[in-house]
Design a binder for this molecule. Structure first.
Ligand code: DC
Length: 223
């Protein structure tokens, strides 16, 4: 099986780009952030805040979270319900970041991600795909852009969805999430030594896509 691991900070365009690339290649696209968001939603629904003052393991023992593909599109389910849309709010983003720092949560989701890559040709995006989940991925890409660019892209997305947010708030959340994701003790976000760096600062979507496709063409040639 061929696996393309795409890691990078929030708002770098990983999901849109990965989905497009996967379609072009005929691979499935796995958005692992959606899994962390799904687990985060569980804690939100139980009334916890990002301090997560609770027995994480007990909550996980009473949680089912999984991915299904419907017409080739990933959907995520929490305790049997499709929560793919509910996980996209700013609150769910912060909670995802909080739960993703917990070793129990990372362990809970690890084998599911590996199994998907064992059984399918995948483009898998996240924070630790190249470093932890798929250390032997066929190709690893670290996709990034400046924090301002990433916040602006996320701000536009949220506005289009009708969310009532300011650019300042989105930017602040982005910087906070970068910090959380890069500084947690387990599986922090970092470029794998053997990952190819793709910096899309100042790029439009089409330019970023072109860059990625070029890296992929060269990276999986002959593999
Ligand atoms: O990619 P995203 O914004 O949907 O991810 C939500 C959160 O999940 C993010 O703050 C970091 C975390 N995450 C992670 O720790 N490891 C992954 N493989 C994917 C996401």
């Amino acid at each position: 099986m061929v696996s393309i691991a795409i890691d990078g900070p929030a708002g770098a365009g990983k999901s849109t780009l990965s989905r497009t690339v996967a379609k072009k290649l005929g691979f499935i696209y796995v958005d692992t952030g959606a899994l962390y968001r799904t687990v985060g939603l569980k804690f939100l629904n139980l009334g916890y805040d990002t301090d997560l003052n609770c027995e994480i393991g007990d909550v996980l023992n009473n949680t089912t979270a999984y991915i299904r593909f419907v017409n080739g599109e990933q959907r995520v389910f929490l305790d049997g319900n499709d929560v793919s849309d509910l996980i996209r709010t700013p609150k769910a983003s912060m909670m995802a970041s909080a739960v993703s720092a917990k070793p129990e949560v990372r362990e809970f989701l690890l084998n599911m991600q590996r199994k998907l890559a064992e059984d399918n040709n995948v483009v898998m995006d996240g924070r630790d795909i190249g470093t932890v989940v798929l250390p032997n991925a066929t190709l690893k890409i670290y996709l990034t852009a400046s924090a301002e660019d990433r916040a602006m892209r996320r701000y536009k997305e949220l506005c289009e969805k009708g969310e009532n947010v300011t650019f300042e708030d989105v930017y602040k959340d982005m910087v906070q999430r970068d910090y959380n994701d890069m500084n947690r003790p387990i599986s922090p976000l970092k470029k794998a030594d053997d990952a190819v760096l793709a910096d899309t600062t100042g790029y439009e979507f089409e330019q970023s896509l072109e860059l990625l496709l070029k890296i992929i063409e060269e990276g999986i040639k002959g593999k």
